[in-house]
Design a binder for this molecule. Sequence first.
Ligand SMILES: [Zn+2]
Length: 266
Amino acid sequence: MKDWQVELLACPFEGAPVEFDGKQLICQECKRAFPVVDDIPSFVVPDLAQVHEEREWEWKQSEMKARNEQAVFYDRLLGLIFLTPFEVKMTINALLGDQKKFVKLIEVGCGTGRMLQHFAKHTDFVVGADLSLESLRRCRERFEKLGLWERTLLVHADASFLPFRNESFDAVASCQMIEHVPSDRMRRRVVAEMARILKRNGRFAISGYHYSLLTRWFGKEGVHKGGIYFFRFTREEFMQLIGANLNVQKLQTIFGYAWLSSGTKV
Ligand SMILES: [Zn+2]
């Protein structure tokens, strides 16, 4: 692993620095070891079960399994093909605000890189975190083909326990990930974690399912095929969730399908 990559990382349990011994990353505090698979450090370790309630951890395991199975065909899902160009444009505009470019940008829940490949054009260094190792492998292949791999770090991580040092990034993006986090407590942790790793005055863009006239027929809370939990937010719920740790300057809806919040960390 490269120095700039190791310098961003921290133990997801107590936030201490980690050191690379050529094979794995070792926490300097609790001495836990985190494997590095295909240049992708993995912080999704069995000990994470201890910091979750049983049901929360079960849902996350179920999502991990579904995402790993989906990784091969995810990019071809019909809805995504139509929506992606609009979503990309809206999200990048919201994230940039009046900025021209970022130095270090992270997407939490990058999956196979559907959005991350576009974010990469607006930053020097690109970081993607995801709960599915298979999706990250697909993302790596894509980034190698695009010639982006040299300035990219992909990390296997749980969004509620992000393995990054405080104030490491000047931009944080997350696209329709937070609705799959299986409890209000864990969703709040995700936003707090995203705020923690963001620098002061850093920009964010976070989107999540919109409970609207269009989507209400699909339910407020439930389970997608394959075992993926979801929750749809009203305007108040979404504002309250994101606004608890971040300064929301703009809230838009992506065709009544998702909320898109953006702003800065104060
Ligand atoms: Zn540790």
